[in-house]
Ligand binder design. Structure first.
Ligand code: RRO
Length: 315
């Protein structure tokens, strides 16, 4: 039997990923060792932990917990500061696209971080995180502030020359997705990543009758397989409302090749793995690559473009 070659590479608006699967920002992408592991892994790209200007310790421990169907975190943006990530990249031989995730605590800080990222030839693209659910210092994330976000992005494109994408929170109303898409469509954005964790979830240990993480009285961002329906819904709605040249990177609830197929069917051009990467470690990328290839082989698809965004309705 002659096996057809199955192409699971991806093209994010000209950014070529050898494989459409990479890590989600935040998971095992903070330290020199973790980032080196990712550079040497099967992942199609490397996303760095969201960074600020100054290093941050983040929230008190325990701040991450996982169970069979999900995870809860309130990390609080622990990171070594942008210079650490830029210096790391400067020292390394880069063999795949690098997405520098930034998450400044103010608009001004974000402008500064974007300017710094523009000065590095090792940064392929910026993933601007407008959706960290766990900050103690400010209440609302920019991704939910429809009034501020337009002006903020307009200012960025006055000076930014790097490919730039935006990491979005989950939305739960059609009108909200339409609103944000209308704003994003006005700018030369390369991609969106959706979704970040579902904010303000609560997981309970019934034996102890207690929450499972210490910060914010146990409230935190929910990830893992239980959030997949929300990720799929956001991806599919954005796929219908966004300009067709803005790619979607799907994130949320992927633990199998079939899950990746579902994200792409909804309109994702590539995917990121968060909770499952945390659970399984670096070998997750090779396993998912194999599973996706096998799944497409059974479906008789030879590339992701042949089914991307083609989710059917019931007539
Ligand atoms: O560090 C965190 O608490 C965190 C971030 Br910045 C984010 O974007 N999403 C998340 O679930 N946790």
């Amino acid at each position: 039997m002659i096996m057809k070659k199955i192409d699971i590479s991806s093209n994010i608006n000209g950014i070529k990923l050898p494989l459409c699967i990479m890590n989600a920002s935040g998971v095992l992408c903070s330290t020199d060792k973790e980032l080196s592991n990712l550079l040497h892994s099967f992942s199609g790209g490397v996303v760095t932990k969201s960074c600020t200007y100054k290093p941050r310790k983040g929230n008190v421990l325990p701040r991450y917990f996982e169970w069979s169907r999900g995870s809860i975190n309130s990390m609080g943006l622990p990171n070594f500061g942008i210079n650490f990530y830029l210096n790391f990249l400067e020292r390394k031989k880069i063999n795949k696209p690098i997405f520098l995730s930034i998450s400044g605590l103010s608009a001004k800080e974000n402008y500064f971080l974007i300017q710094k990222a523009n000065e590095s030839s090792k940064v392929t693209a910026i993933e601007l995180n407008l959706s960290c659910p766990n900050l103690l210092e400010k209440e609302d994330m920019l991704g939910y502030d429809f009034d501020k976000v337009s002006n903020f992005i307009e200012n960025i494109f006055k000076f930014n020359n790097k490919p730039l994408g935006i990491k979005l929170p989950p939305y739960f109303q059609d009108a909200h997705i339409k609103n944000i898409a209308l704003i994003l469509n006005q700018f030369p954005i390369f991609f969106i990543t959706c979704i970040n964790s579902l904010p303000n979830g609560l997981f309970i240990d019934v034996n102890k009758e207690s929450v499972v993480i210490r910060p914010k009285k146990g409230f935190g961002g929910i990830g893992g397989s239980i959030i997949k329906p929300f990720a799929l819904a956001n991806i599919h709605k954005f796929y219908t409302y966004l300009r067709k040249d803005i790619s979607i990177i799907g994130c949320g609830g992927i633990s199998s090749g079939k899950d990746i197929f579902e994200h792409i069917l909804c309109g994702a051009s590539a995917v990121q793995i968060g909770t499952q990467f945390m659970k399984e470690g670096i070998s997750v990328f090779e396993r998912l690559k194999k599973e996706l290839t096998l799944f497409l082989e059974k479906k008789n698809y030879s590339s992701i473009n042949s089914f991307k965004g083609k989710l059917k309705n019931i007539q």
